[in-house]
Write a protein that binds this ligand. Structure first.
Ligand code: GDP
Ligand code: MG
Length: 711
């Protein structure tokens, strides 16, 4: 015979718990008091197909915090006694509020059955609730009942026993509490992970959330282990301080908002009302902003506005910074004697790092716009609106945030983009999103586009940029779909799109959020790109021309009949020199592969450097076309120079643009993919996958274009 199961009844006061309890157990009950507190509890026996089942009536609570003795009793019973199944009695006529407890039970991870009670009352109020959909969205059995009339009681007991028989594991639900709190929870949970072994039963994440909520009981328990408390509590304080700073509110109310956001995401889908329902401001805003037709139109308008704002606002600072680095390079050039050191500092360091930092204002304004969308709660609506579309491609509404940050609007950065996938709980959808982010037009690709567009599509600049945005989304979504029907195949679990209430962003919060992401980008310039620029500079400088060859060039240059001719010769000499360097040789060796795409060896050199950081492509092309060697008075801009170059034409330029858009993500992104997926496998896969697709696309563009007589 199987052992006797225990079912615990939880629920809000007046949801009908006692009615359910009486209906299940009849007269067989026993009333007692919990030790130490004046909270009453009842136990009884129910019978299911001749099998006795113990039923425990927990005190009625709205929440599982530690604010009241009832809540604490209910929570400690669940944690300490671990009933086989918890039945949450929910008042269907007041679903939103009642689900707040259900969500917390799910966060705790108890095996749960929802008893959707008082459906008769709901009906008279004109509310229709789709119980099947509710069950699918929550991933929990739902049984509709009218406890007062004994309706649905057999079914309820059967569902509970069936769940108990499956010997379910505790499976805590992880919902997102917004990026600030999520990051804090991760940080605290990591510290708890080690200590958690001894507690065994509770998830580190749940404890972390409780610590951030300021749950006195959990914090007391942490204090019992002084070494843990010493490490943990300061981090909790710091995280809570950060959240107060950015959101102007306490972590516990933010967490509550997001729980309600999760519930709103559910009730929007399962409750339909025949009558006018009371709406708060958030609901009213949502009527417009998430409207089936208006929503997407407004979203498009908002994105268009952001696009214009960002380019308008960053125009002046970008030029200022460019001028500053130009001036700095010139000043250093004047101060140092010619030679390797000067060349290293001017071309390698100032040129490389300046190229990245010069772009920082654009990135910063883009992140500022994204912070407004996120902090106000609009980003959650964007995810909600986009969910239906993204699902077609095997992604998820929440992928939107990652793709936007990664450059979906032109000018983000894939490094924070990959990090932003953390809100995705479905591992396959998350992986597909991570691998899609590098397809977006990050801020480092933009200078390459600008250069080539200015050179070959000068009369259609804005249209070209817009086209490239569309192409990158198209390719990214296509690549995601490809992954989702092959390597990352799998059912898409029904998922709740959280709709937390709108809040007015604070200036302080916006500034901090913008700064955090911009700093991640700028750090790249200080570390990765500095190293890479120096390496690239070395690869493009050594070994120099052999002495006799150099002497021969110098002789021809000094014998030149005119300034023009001298210029031409100087440039030829520089090309000759570059061709012999390490980078030049590598570039030439690669022409076997890249000739069919239309790239010459100098483009190859730039592309190899671009793997380290896409910003390097423009500066490398600059050096490869020997701008630095030409007399300043006669220098043309690089784009004019490319336009005049014999080997170049619009078709080649477009092929190169497509290749740059898609090929291997930069080193910093690869490292971040490794960090976020936990294995090098996916990091290396993304290098191979993107480069292969880039190669095939560029091949199709170039060969197709030639066949059509375009090149
Ligand atoms: P508890 O506080 O959760 O234990 O709730 P009770 O079982 O005491 O029920 C509160 C009130 O709701 C009582 O008057 C019940 O008769 C009534 N009630 C319980 N279930 C239902 C139901 O399904 N429909 C209706 N109309 N009333 C119910
Ligand atoms: Mg009661």
């Amino acid at each position: 015979m199987s052992r006797q199961y225990t079912i615990a009844l939880a629920g809000n006061p007046n949801a009908g718990k006692t009615s359910v309890f009486n209906a299940l157990t009849g007269a067989r009950q026993h009333v007692g008091n919990y030790p130490g507190v004046t909270v009453e509890y009842k136990e009884g026996i129910a019978h299911h197909q001749g099998q006795a089942v113990e039923v425990v009536d927990l005190p009625g609570t709205y929440s599982l915090t530690a604010y009241s003795p009832e809540e604490l009793v209910a929570r400690n019973y669940l944690i300490g006694q671990r009933p086989d199944v918890v039945v949450d009695v929910v008042d269907a006529s007041n679903l939103e509020r009642n689900l707040y407890l259900a969500v917390q039970l799910m966060e705790l991870g108890v095996p749960l059955v929802i008893c959707l009670n008082m459906v008769d009352v709901a009906k008279t109020r004109g509310l229709k609730i789709d119980a099947d959909k509710l069950s699918r969205l929550l991933g929990v059995p739902v049984v509709t009942t009218v406890a007062r009339q004994n309706q649905g009681m057999k079914e309820l007991l059967a569902a509970a026993v069936e769940l108990a028989e499956s010997e379910p594991e505790w499976r805590p639900l992880n919902i997102s509490y917004g990026s600030d709190v999520d990051q804090g929870v991760d940080e605290v949970a990591t510290i708890l992970q080690g200590a958690q072994e001894r507690r065994g039963l509770l998830s580190a994440r749940w404890l972390a959330v409780k610590c951030l909520e300021g749950d006195q009981e959990v914090i007391e328990r942490v204090r019992e282990t002084p070494e843990l408390a010493e490490k943990l509590l300061p981090v909790c304080d710091r995280v809570a301080g950060h959240i107060k700073n950015t959101m102007d509110d306490n972590p516990d109310s933010i967490i509550a908002d997001y729980r309600y956001g999760y519930i709103t995401g559910i009730t929007r889908q399962v409750v339909s009302s025949e009558r006018e329902v009371r709406m708060d401001l958030s609901d009213k805003l949502d009527q417009v902003l998430t409207h089936r037709l208006l929503g997407p139109l407004l979203l498009f308008a908002v994105l268009y506005g952001i696009y214009n704002f960002v380019f308008w606002a960053s125009e002046v600072p970008v030029v200022l910074l460019e001028n500053f680095f130009g001036w700095l390079g010139g000043a250093v050039e004047g101060a140092l004697p010619p030679g390797l050191l000067r060349s290293l500092i001017v071309s390698g360091i100032i040129g490389g790092v300046g190229g990245v930092l010069g772009f920082a204002p654009l990135i910063a304004f883009m992140f500022f716009a994204i912070a407004i969308m996120e902090d106000s709660g609009y980003m959650a609506r964007v995810a909600y609106i986009m969910d239906r579309v993204l699902r077609i491609f095997g992604l998820h509404g929440n992928s939107v945030m990652a793709l936007m940050v990664g450059g979906g609007l032109s000018g983000g950065c894939a490094v924070p983009g990959v990090m932003a996938t953390r809100t995705l709980k479905d591992p396959k959808a998350r992986l597909a999103t991570i691998l899609t982010v590098p397809f977006m037009n990050c801020g480092a690709k933009l200078p390459v586009y600008s250069l080539l567009i200015a050179a070959f599509f000068a009369h259609r600049q804005a249209e070209m940029l817009f086209l490239l945005t569309l192409i990158s989304w198209g390719l990214g979504l296509g690549a995601a779909k490809l992954l989702r029907v092959t390597l990352l195949r799998g059912e898409q679990a029904p998922f709740v799109m959280e709709l937390p209430p709108y809040r007015a962003p604070t200036i302080k919060g916006l500034v901090i959020h913008t700064w955090e992401r911009t700093w991640q980008y700028a750090k790249k310039a200080g570390t990765m790109i500095l190293g890479v620029s120096v390496l690239m500079w070395a690869a493009m400088s050594f070994p120099g021309l052999p002495q006799e060859q150099d002497a021969a060039w110098q002789q021809r240059i000094s014998a030149a009949p005119s300034a023009e001719a001298r210029l031409e010769l100087k440039s030829n000499r520089a090309q000759d020199e570059l061709a012999g360097t390490i980078a030049g040789r590598a570039g030439r060796a690669l022409t076997v592969l890249t000739n069919p795409l239309g790239f010459d060896w100098r483009a190859n050199v730039a592309l190899v450097g671009g793997f380290a950081a896409k910003e390097v492509i423009v500066s490398t092309l600059g050096v490869a076309y020997s701008l630095g060697e030409v007399d300043p008075e006669h220098s043309q801009s690089l784009s004019k120079r490319l336009a005049a170059e014999k080997g170049w034409n619009p078709l080649k330029a477009f092929s190169l643009i497509i290749f740059v858009m898609v090929y291997a993500p930069c080193l910093a992104t690869v490292v971040m993919i490794r960090k976020e997926t936990g294995t090098w496998r996916w990091a290396l896969f993304s290098v191979g996958y993107n480069t292969l697709i880039a190669y095939l696309l560029a091949l199709a563009v170039f060969q197709g274009g030639r066949a059509l007589g375009l090149g």
